[in-house]
Design a protein around this ligand. Structure first.
Ligand code: PEP
Ligand code: MG
Length: 551
């Protein structure tokens, strides 16, 4: 039995045989043709065929996943009918006398590259759709047909990556789930999987072909995948699967309902995101806002930091898509386990307590100013709020406020529109911030408790070290008292407080959080309905009794 971990992109648990799907997505052979007009004719015939196939895929997706996710195939059709795309293909065939396959491939690559560099993150994501629709055209040119995958019985489909069209290759009755090496929460395959109610895990760090034919447990909630499980693990997974399915049905009935207890106490339930692509899932699960946008994900995995324009477009898109609901952008939180070469972060003995988060932003003010400029410009387009990570002192907040003033003065002088009055908040991630939360509350508008860090610093237990996992206990009374002290002090100053660490989604603590008067819980979008269900089941009339556990 082996277990690996990837990124959970569609909830649920699947148990079944792994079927590896090896897609042929190589560059087609290029050759010179004697009669270009014959190739042009081949292209037009293949396009008619490809559009027919895309329409079939659209109908299939409509039946299996519903209206919204199926629209991607209409986008594919529009792409194949695009005049610029057609002209580029014809141009290569006629002027370079190349075969139609090569012309289609080159024109698609060029168009995809061009889209990938556009400012709009939604359009950037469409660059893979250009390639997907071009391959439908290449299949038609080669006389290959999109066929259902053969095989007996239901399968867990595994691949390096899956395009939306490939996601539909297996009959729904025979499809138990997907696992891939690449892919993200935002890819259309992921959206289709979620809408079809099929569990999926992406970004698995292991060659999957070697497991072809093996029995697999896929956990789309935790991101864990187990190959060749022992009988006990298998039995546990089957029981979990049964329980999960029952719960899912109950949760769907909560859509459209309020986050309110039986005796009328309300709480905001918001989503944590790492990119604008995560917004669709947040909106589907009725997030009342974004309680934590981890902006560092825009900076990681790159060889240079994102420009002001890139950041501006992203923050603006988030503000606009949330349509007036609050979006809290957390400023850069690099350092610790989040690193990129260009930050030139030093090697440290103890990086999570080292040069990270607000310390890097204040230590590299030029980088920070770019983020602040982008933020204040984007804040004109919606309800953005700014949040600072890992604060330990009043002085840090004052230093940021000074920078904000300078940046706003610059924007004014440049006549660039920007928002002047935007809520400013900080994260409570250190015992220091808890102990001086009354003073901090006089400096800012709101707080959000980052319990992942607060637990590790309160209990002196590295959140990344499996050896001290048993010490890292969210329910430890010291952690709960930290939250209580902060909540009381902050409310006394008339400010509001949220929790955005993983603890926010722990339904065994929802009652305690409500009793403490926590104003907002922000979590992975998949957890929102589960927490809503819990909130609606509670009666808070005996608050003192609930808080007895903290005495
Ligand atoms: C936290 O510390 O709880 C938090 C939300 O921040 P991160 O997990 O990104 O450190
Ligand atoms: Mg943190």
């Amino acid at each position: 039995m082996t277990t690996i971990k990837g990124k959970a992109i569609s909830g649920g648990i699947a148990v079944g045989k792994l079927r590896y799907y090896n897609h042929d997505r190589r560059e087609p052979v290029q050759y010179t043709v004697d009669d270009p007009e014959l190739e042009v004719e081949r292209f037009y015939q293949a396009r008619v065929e490809a559009i027919g196939r895309i329409q079939e895929l659209y109908m299939k997706a409509l039946q299996r996943a519903g209206e919204q996710p199926s629209l991607i195939f209409q986008v594919h059709q529009v792409m194949l009918e695009d005049m610029d795309f057609e002209e580029a293909i014809i141009d290569i065939i006629r002027n370079e006398r190349k075969n139609a396959e090569y012309a289609v491939y080159r024109a698609a690559q060029k168009m995809s590259l061009m889209i990938a560099t556009l400012d709009d993150p939604y359009l950037q994501e469409r660059s893979t759709d250009v390639i997907d629709s071009a391959y439908t055209l290449l299949d038609a040119l080669a006389g290959r047909n999109i066929r259902e995958m053969e095989g007996e019985g239901p399968v867990i489909l595994a691949a390096r990556d899956l395009m939306p069209s490939e996601t539909l290759h297996v009959d729904q009755e025979r499809l138990l789930g997907f696992i891939t090496n690449h892919g993200s929460v935002n890819s259309h395959s992921a959206i289709l999987a979620r809408n079809m109610g099929v569990p999926a895990v992406a970004q698995l760090p292991e060659e999957l072909e070697q497991h072809n034919g093996e029995t697999v447990i896929l956990n789309g909630i935790t991101g864990q995948v187990v190959f060749c499980p022992d009988p006990e693990t298998l039995a546990q997974a089957v029981a979990q699967q049964r329980a999960y399915r029952g719960q899912e049905e109950d949760l769907k009935s909560l859509l459209g309902l309020e986050n309110i207890t039986r005796d009328g106490q309300r709480i905001h339930l918001c989503a944590n995101i790492g990119s604008v692509g995560d917004l669709s899932l947040a909106l589907c699960n009725e997030a009342e806002g974004i309680g934590l946008f981890r902006s560092e994900f825009l900076f990681l995995g790159k060889d240079r930091p994102p420009s002001e324009e890139e950041q501006f477009v992203t923050y603006r898109a988030a503000a606009e898509r949330m349509g007036g609901r609050r979006v809290i952008i957390r400023t850069l939180d690099v350092g610790g386990d989040k690193r990129a070469d260009y930050f030139r972060l030093p090697e440290e003995e103890n990086p999570s307590m080292g040069y990270r988060a607000i310390r890097v932003s204040l230590g590299q003010p030029n980088l920070f100013r770019i983020q602040l400029r982008a933020f204040y410009r984007a804040a004109v387009y919606g309800n953005l709020a700014l949040m600072l990570p890992l604060i330990t002192s009043v002085e840090e907040i004052r230093a940021v406020k000074e920078l904000i003033k300078q940046v706003q003065a610059e924007l004014l002088a440049e006549r660039k529109p920007f928002a002047e009055c935007v809520e400013l908040g900080i994260m409570i991630e250190t015992p220091a911030a808890v102990m001086i939360s009354d003073r901090l509350a006089r400096e800012v508008d709101f707080f959000s408790i980052g319990t992942n860090d607060l637990i590790q610093f309160t209990l002196a237990a590295d959140r990344q070290n499996p050896k001290v996992e048993n010490v890292f206990r969210p329910h430890h009374p010291a952690v709960l008292r930290m939250i209580q002290i902060a909540a009381n002090a902050i409310h006394k100053e008339g400010k509001w407080i949220a929790i955005c660490g993983e603890m926010a989604a722990d339904t065994t603590l929802t009652e305690t959080f409500l009793a403490l008067g926590i104003d907002e819980l922000s979590m992975s979008a998949n957890s929102i309905l589960r927490v809503r269900q819990k909130v609606r089941s509670l009666d808070m009339s005996n608050r003192d009794k609930i808080l007895e556990c903290l005495r």
